[in-house]
Design a binder for this molecule. Sequence first.
Ligand code: ACO
Ligand code: OAA
Length: 377
Amino acid sequence: MSATRGGLEGVVAASSAVSFIDGERSELTYRGYPVPDLARRATFEEVTYLLLEGELPTRSQLEAFAQELERLRPLPGAVLERLGQLPKEAPMDLLRTGISILGHYDPDGESTDPAARKRVVMRLVARMGTLVAAIGRLRRGLAPVPPSVEHDPTGRSTAWQLLFMLQGRAPDPEYTRLLDMALTLHADHELNASTFTGRVIAATLSDIYSSVVGAIGALKGPLHGGANEAARRTFEQIGEASQAAPWTRAALERKERIMGIGHRVYKHFDPRAELLREELTALRDRPEVGPWLEIALEVERVVKEEKGMHPNPDFFTAIAYGAMGIPTDLFTPVFAVSRITGWCAHLLEQYENNRLIRPRAEYVGPPPRALVPLAER
Ligand SMILES: CC(=O)SCCNC(=O)CCNC(=O)[C@H](O)C(C)(C)COP(=O)(O)OP(=O)(O)OC[C@H]1O[C@@H](n2cnc3c(N)ncnc32)[C@H](O)[C@@H]1OP(=O)(O)O
Ligand SMILES: O=C([O-])CC(=O)C(=O)O
């Protein structure tokens, strides 16, 4: 019998100056700034700069940063060509492969020079959204739409560009603002499973692309980033608010997990989910929001009553992203458009002060025993 429940719960596995979670008080900060403040009062590009550079940008720093992202946003043509040749069923697999292909075309991909690593990070941050949008279109048999600066009234916003490249038309300003906020809320979360995966890979002194490919693999799982897609499918299965309470009670009775509910670190509530609920409540008169929100709030009420558990942000982005017209199986890739910033901030931090990450396992197998030759077994 093992002495550990597994999962490294509560284990401090690295020092980091990127983000901080107080699970008891439901507080989250990026580089010292409360994340709800950043989500409400700063753009995702300001937050990206903050995560990567350690400080919020001045106006001119932000302008130069946004211009650089704009310059780097288009994908090398060969990437789209190769993606076009792959089976299209699984967007997260396409994203994983797409990032891997991008690595082949990056002249700095294998460099260990800090300035070259920063250039790699900028390319990844700029291109993740372009890649996700292209995957979304290729899957529907449509030609990818390139980024467009002339039509972007918000001034080079990742959220605007992502929706534009996905849908081929200027997005609804309310949804652009909501997506910008959601991107900020998902940008970093300390040593979550995907970031930890990336840091483990980087700590072997492997390259940034390999680390991000590994992180994407971890994000895909429904216990982590895949929960937003799974939560949407749950709401669709429930169908209408009157069915939500009996459905939830029956699922809990069967000991099933309700996707988008629960968190390893937050003990009382997740501040990101609170903010998203508030934003969606303000939009509840919209037909693409209201009925889904009613279902979600019923599920939330019953889970809280029965298990004392709370929603995580994936519970509400499952409604928000659907309302924006993002296809359900693209929800987790959209998470990656945000989290690439946190992954990169952590990878740079890992390289700066590296030591191989190599924990031990508690051995629970058979005691030492003598080998019986094959002929005698
Ligand atoms: C952005 C993000 O990645 S946020 C996380 C997204 N993931 C999800 O929403 C998936 C659903 N949630 C879960 O599976 C979990 O709550 C996790 C993985 C997020 C964190 O859980 P952990 O702290 O590891 O808890 P653990 O898996 O040990 O479960 C503890 C107990 O709570 C129950 N539980 C945990 N989450 C849920 C849930 N969503 N629904 C129902 N029961 C749950 C477990 O069944 C278990 O019950 P038991 O003790 O009777 O066996
Ligand atoms: O921190 C975690 O374990 C999961 C999470 O909420 C995130 O990655 O945003």
